[in-house]
Design a protein around this ligand. Structure first.
Ligand code: CO
Length: 237
């Protein structure tokens, strides 16, 4: 056992003892069944731990994390996790949570090459390309922050359009999708106003959320109609 890992195991023993002291039978009950109401889809970033920042205990939030909180329609890992959460655990809320200062989003915005992840972050670059008229006129930091938020909005749209969620809504199972962004600088979460609870919400809620990032007047003239917006729709270059 490397010396550096010993404190982790010691802290674990103290934590488990403290939990059992404060709430006798906690682990025995948890061992029977997990019954989370929430699913969290977040960035793998070590500064954004789902349970801690929402005050939730083990058993209360089902978590999927990857680089830059991306939900791709062909990603069997994410889709399987969403399916298990929706069909077996029957979570009532799926929350996509991005964060400001996301290294993945920054790399995508600047076109930095960082390795294998470039192919993954291509999805975030696609978000930037899709909404470039709403981003490019902003100062660099504001542009990066807006892309962190827009990436969340796009991923909520992707979750909504997944077969798992479409089927869930079609059979009348209650499920709400949400998009939040977290600030590592003050520990606070912000709701991005992209909550969707039914198939008919997807296009109008997505469109309204994206329109909160206005294009400069010159770019608005003669450009495509906003009402055609939907998740994943790429306007002509
Ligand atoms: Co990140």
């Amino acid at each position: 056992m490397p010396e550096r890992l010993k404190p982790l195991l010691e802290a674990n023993r103290q934590w488990a003892a403290e939990m059992e002291r404060k709430r006798p039978g906690f682990f025995t009950r948890l061992a029977q069944q997990q019954n989370p109401r929430y699913m969290w889809i977040g960035c793998a970033d070590s500064r954004v731990p789902a349970n801690e920042i929402t005050g939730l205990d083990p058993g209360e939030v089902f978590v999927h994390r990857n680089v830059a909180n991306v939900v791709v329609h062909s990603d069997l890992n994410a889709l399987s996790t969403i399916q298990f959460a929706v069909e077996h655990l029957k979570v009532e809320h799926i929350i996509v949570v991005g964060h400001y200062g996301c290294a993945g989003v920054r790399a995508a915005m600047r076109g930095m090459r960082i390795g294998l992840a470039d192919n993954w972050l291509r999805h975030v670059q696609d978000v930037r390309l899709r909404h470039r008229k709403r981003l490019e006129h902003l100062p660099a930091q504001a542009q990066e922050d807006a892309l962190c938020e827009m990436n969340v909005i796009e991923q909520v749209g992707n979750v909504a359009l997944s077969t798992v969620v479409q089927d869930c809504w079609a059979r009348g199972q209650p499920l709400a999708l949400h998009g939040w962004v977290y600030a590592v600088t003050d520990g606070l979460l912000k709701d991005l106003g992209v909550t969707m609870k039914a198939p008919e919400h997807v296009i109008p809620v997505f469109g309204a959320a994206i329109k909160r990032y206005p294009r400069p007047p010159a770019a608005t003239a003669g450009s495509e109609d906003d009402s055609t917006f939907g998740p994943g729709v790429v306007p002509a270059p």
